[in-house]
Design a protein around this ligand. Structure first.
Ligand code: C2O
Length: 534
């Protein structure tokens, strides 16, 4: 096993995109940021130097952080942010994970421009991929672009109480492509050889939108999601929510030419609003193809509102079970029903452009408030009172309105937790859209999902306890539900939240507290340069 070491200098970068010159904040002047590539078993060390004017935390999305919870980078959950002009070194081991993950800023909207791929390859000397070794690999990082400074976008969202405006463009590997007026920064292009198989590592780093992705004239075989292998699944469209990754094989057996790849928005809202975000494009160029055969045609994209195609993709995947893989734990220690949704709350005094109401999101009627003076993990470690309460309810209380608080659900080390994630939109409340719910620190089995209100009797027979898909981010359908199960075998404070970034400051989040155990002091003390709060 090796040590993979990087330095990320996070600072301002000049960019011209969509006919607009702006300064954005990136790692090492790159959009997307640097790719981290490691083998299973390696240690990853990233020195983050914050040369931006904003407090910053960087999260390694999907990494288990086994006994390294201090490095999870969840702003105010596992650490206080790195202050401007300060540094912090994140260090963690890659244990039992292969496939594609990613990293992103986890403080404010900075993750719109501070993100990159985290590629985990099988350990040297092992059997390697459980599919034909690809001839080449193609990273596809999908993103979302605002012409305006994203911190101003976020401030505006707060002042109005209504969430951020629709982004100005979608991007593929940082570029909107040639279907967007004034693309400026260009089009992502990749050269391929004929009749070979490529592994596409697709990441949805977009801030607020689920996406469809296609390549004209080509089909895919999905082999992994969220760095967990799947049963091979054939499809010509990839559906991917913010936070998720999809590894898909693509064989270049079409006539040698140039082909468009494209990504556009899936809008699951009952009243769709995102039609005009447009389509991001890139080009797959066959070697030796005459260069005037420009992308014969665009792939036929599903309609923006095609929730059926999306649901088919999300629900059809199954996990690949290999000898030695963890089985679905049979006995459950904590069975929870977590209802979440949006409602209209009062305008806060500092919401100066709020008219009549501000949006509030909640889980089991608690609208999550970030602590101000200490991270939850440090508070747990030091036994600091008053930072959080341990009373997150296991089922929704019958109170009419959301209250702002910082409750956590405490479970013991090694406990098996089952959560029914229920979108409250079944009852016609606000926010009738899909929500990608992400859990830090653990993968979970997705045992079942459905529309409407969860019914335990109906659902029980539908649980897949044999080869469910394994994920860190599951899309809960608007007005529907998903059942997840995981083993809390890692001490720490683990955030669970909607990965539509707009919903995080509104409170669509909760935290699992897993105290140290069973031997005392399994969790080492915080690193010496661990950022403290001011
Ligand atoms: Cu990808 Cu809490 O985040």
């Amino acid at each position: 096993a090796a040590v993979v070491e990087h330095t990320f200098n996070v600072g301002g970068m000049n960019i011209s995109q969509l006919c607009t010159d702006s300064v954005i904040y990136t790692a090492n002047q790159q959009l997307p940021g640097p790719t981290i590539e490691a083998n299973e078993g390696d240690t990853v060390v990233v020195h983050v130097v914050n040369d931006s004017p904003y407090p910053l935390s960087v999260h390694w999305h999907g990494i288990f952080q086994l006994l390294s919870g201090w490095a999870d980078g969840a702003h105010m959950i596992t650490d206080c942010p790195i202050q401007p002009s300060a540094n912090f070194t994140y260090q963690f081991n890659v244990t039992g994970q292969e496939g594609t993950l990613w990293w992103h800023a986890h403080s404010s909207l900075l993750r719109a421009t501070i993100y990159g791929a985290l590629i985990l390859k099988p350990r040297n000397g092992t059997a390697g991929y459980p599919f034909q070794a690809p001839f080449g690999e193609i990273p596809i990082i999908l993103g979302e672009w605002w012409n305006k400074n994203v911190n101003d976008v976020e401030t505006d969202a707060h002042l109005t109480g209504l969430g951020p405006p629709i982004s100005d463009a979608l991007t593929i590997n940082g570029m909107p492509g040639d279907q967007t007026p004034c693309q400026g920064a260009g089009v992502y292009e990749v050269e391929v050889a004929s009749n070979e198989t490529y592994l596409l590592r697709i990441i949805n780093a977009a801030v607020n939108v689920e996406l469809f992705f296609k390549v004209a004239g080509h089909a895919f075989t999905v082999v992994a999601v969220d760095a967990s292998y799947t049963d091979p699944y054939a499809t010509d469209v990839i559906v991917i929510a913010p936070g998720q990754t999809v590894d898909a094989l693509m064989t270049t057996s079409a006539p040698p030419a140039w082909y468009y790849m494209a990504a556009n928005v899936l809008d699951s809202k009952t009243v769709p609003i995102r039609f005009n975000t447009g389509t991001a494009t890139g080009i797959v160029k066959y070697e030796g193809a005459p260069n005037d055969t420009v992308a014969s045609s665009m792939p036929a994209m599903p309609a923006h509102t095609d929730v059926v195609t999306a649901g088919t993709f999300y629900w059809s995947l199954a996990g690949l079970v290999r000898p030695g893989d963890p089985l679905v734990p049979a006995a459950v220690n904590h069975s929870m029903l977590v209802e979440f949704g949006m409602e209209q709350g009062p305008c806060a005094p500092d919401q100066t452009r709020c008219q009549g109401f501000a949006l509030v999101a909640s889980m089991n009627r608690y609208s999550f408030q970030f602590p101000r003076n200490a991270s939850l993990l440090k508070a747990m470690y030091d036994g600091l009172p008053g930072v959080y309460s341990e009373d997150f309810p296991s089922s929704p209380p019958p109170v009419p309105v959301a209250s702002k608080a910082t409750p956590v659900k405490k479970v013991m080390y090694g406990d098996v937790v089952e959560v029914v994630l229920q979108s409250r939109a079944y009852s016609g409340v606000l926010g009738t859209e899909n929500h990608p719910i992400h859990l830090h620190g653990f993968n979970f089995f997705v045992l079942a999902q459905g529309l409407g209100r969860f019914d335990p009797i109906m659902a029980e027979g539908a649980y897949n306890l044999v080869n469910p898909q394994v994920r860190n981010t599951v899309v809960v359908p608007g007005g529907g539900w998903a059942v997840i199960r995981f083993t809390a075998n890692n001490p720490g404070m683990w955030f669970m939240h909607c990965h539509l970034d707009a919903h995080l400051p509104l409170g669509l989040a909760m935290v699992f507290e897993v105290p140290d155990g069973p031997a005392p002091n399994l969790l080492p003390p915080p690193p010496v340069d661990y950022p403290i709060c001011y």
